[in-house]
Design a binder for this molecule. Structure first.
Ligand SMILES: Cc1cc2nc3c(=O)[nH]c(=O)nc-3n(C[C@H](O)[C@H](O)[C@H](O)COP(=O)(O)OP(=O)(O)OC[C@H]3O[C@@H](n4cnc5c(N)ncnc54)[C@H](O)[C@@H]3O)c2cc1C
Length: 500
């Protein structure tokens, strides 16, 4: 550990992926770092829960662009591969359309094209063009995401100006893919990834066609033990770098005076002064609950309510005394009328049977998650967030769970599923807000529309209070593990520059 700045005390609120990234890098640079996490474990949404038999990831199941986390470990003088074991998945997932056709994307171009050819032969020919265009697009955009945007003139940075013609603005993601593919099923196969940001491809900006590209280019990885193993690895790294992690420690308020953050108040009434404070708690929840409304200018309660948020998710975690090996590791099932489904999610429509859903069958790849001949099934159903939705989840949780089990049996072919459920847990949008402190239950944070990106997204160098920094999915560059790691890295870099 470097001890160049032992007298500068940094507090990090929350041990999610962003908080742990910032903590490791700052501790490595010699700052005195204390991480405060209200739960009894690290990882936030990238955490886990266990029963005596089963282990479940709570949130992330797709680990993409692992080289970014590898770089962060390397900056700390460590190798990620000494901490976790990665499996490169092939096929990446299966995508089942309502007409019964199935697409199996692969990072091996010939395999991807063969699967496309099985659905629409003419569209398969566009795959190479799609890849070479996106090589250029990604090369231009990547460098723009690893730098802060906290001044208006940052929008004129040469890197961003150079990338601008490739952003595709003001096209939607759907229209962007229409430049390559004709068939709606294939377009869906390359645009449904906007759900990783909690958005619809019809309103998501064209820029995000890079999401599907990253899958083909760098693959999708499983981590042995579940993706929560990444959080455990980050915890170990942070401690090795000298950061102190205080679990079961709930921050109740950020103390501010004369426009600057001065310290923290904890739920037990204790207070502690700090030189710098990094917030990794969910942005919408943290703003509302850690700072009095009257002290905020840009992010008042009223303004927070007027922002656009990602969708929420209904989750079902099942421990089974059987295995369904016909499923891939990742499986996506598209709604019979996907346009209506996406519209309903965005506008807060009523619950219906017309839903898309994702099923993870991780036991196919990883024997550590369940006993022999048992398996774990993780189901994610995108739903409206609590900002636009009006579903009373206290009334409808069980009914929706029953509908999902029926769809798993009928559409996903999990025959006799109900008889094999050994353990189950359901999480509704309301649970995300109440138990996990996710504002509006918007599991993927603020939406990624152009008006809420780059300089228009909450800045990593927080604009409301001096000495205050933000990391996590609700901040620049955005939601999703790779960008969240970048947000932690940007914060560490800015703080390091400040004290250079
Ligand atoms: C269901 C789901 C699926 C996802 N799937 C993927 C995926 O496949 N791939 C991917 O890349 N991304 C995925 N994501 C998105 C994203 O990667 C995760 O949500 C990620 O965990 C967010 O990280 P974060 O740094 O914003 O912090 P969070 O995970 O939100 O952690 C914040 C931490 O702060 C703590 N905290 C909050 N308030 C306080 C307080 N007052 N005092 C102390 N501690 C506090 C919380 O307990 C929590 O531990 C998914 C998200 C969800 C919800």
């Amino acid at each position: 550990m470097n001890s160049a700045r032992p007298s500068i005390r940094v507090a990090v609120i929350g041990a999610g992926p962003g908080g742990l990234t910032a903590a490791s890098l700052l501790a490595r640079q010699g700052f005195q770092v204390d991480v405060f996490e209200r739960l009894s474990r690290v990882g936030g949404r990238n955490g886990w829960f266990k029963t005596p038999e089963y282990t479940f990831d709570i949130g992330p199941t797709f680990f993409m662009m692992p080289f970014l986390l590898e770089e962060i470990f390397r900056e700390c003088g460590r190798n990620l591969e000494d901490y976790v074991q990665l499996t490169d998945l092939d096929p990446l997932y299966s995508l089942s359309y309502p007409d019964g056709s199935v697409y199996h994307p692969s990072r091996h171009p010939e395999k991807a094209k063969a699967s496309l050819r099985g659905i629409v032969p003419s569209d398969a020919d566009a795959f190479d063009r799609y890849m070479s265009y996106h090589e250029r697009k990604m090369d231009a955009i990547m460098p723009c995401l690893s730098i802060p945007y906290d001044r208006p003139w940052h929008m004129l940075r040469p890197k961003l100006l150079k990338a601008a013609p490739l952003l595709g603005w003001p096209r939607s993601l759907w229209r962007e893919l229409g430049r390559f593919y004709r068939d709606d099923r294939i377009k869906l196969g390359f645009t449904f990834q906007s759900k990783y940001l909690g958005m619809s491809p019809f309103t998501c900006p064209a820029l995000f066609s890079i999401l599907s590209f990253t899958e083909y280019k760098w693959g999708i990885y499983h981590v042995r033990g579940g993706l929560n193993s990444l959080s455990l690895a980050q915890e170990k790294l942070a401690r090795e770098m000298g950061a102190r992690i205080h679990l079961n420690t709930d921050v109740s308020q950020v103390m501010v005076g004369k426009g600057r953050a001065t310290g923290l108040r904890f739920a037990d009434g204790r207070t502690e002064p700090f030189d710098e404070i990094v917030m990794n708690a969910d942005f919408a929840w943290g703003m509302k609950n850690l700072f009095p409304d009257t002290l905020r200018r840009r992010y008042t309660d009223r303004r927070l309510a007027s922002k656009k948020y990602s969708c929420s998710t209904f989750m079902l975690y099942l421990g089974l005394d059987t295995r369904y090996d016909h499923l891939e590791h990742h499986n996506v099932f598209i709604a019979p009328d996907y346009r209506a489904n996406l519209r309903s999610i965005e506008t807060g429509g009523p619950l219906s049977e017309n839903i898309s859903f994702y099923v993870q069958n991780a036991s196919k790849t990883d024997p550590t998650l369940a006993p022999p001949n048992h398996s774990t099934i993780y189901v994610l159903v995108p739903t409206s967030n609590l900002r636009v939705g009006s579903v009373d989840w206290t009334q409808h949780k069980t009914r929706f769970r029953d509908l999902i089990v029926k769809l798993l049996e009928e559409r996903a072919g999990l025959k006799g599923l109900s008889q094999h459920i050994h353990f189950e847990k359901a999480v509704s949008p309301l649970d995300w807000e109440n138990e996990m402190r996710v504002g509006y239950g918007a599991t993927f944070n603020l939406a990624h529309n152009i008006g809420q990106m780059l300089v228009f997204r909450p800045h990593n160098r927080f604009e409301e209070f001096k000495n205050m920094w933000l990391t996590g999915g609700g901040t620049h560059p955005g939601s999703g593990l790779p960008t969240i790691y970048e947000s932690g890295r940007i914060v560490a870099k800015c703080l390091s520059d400040k004290y250079r």
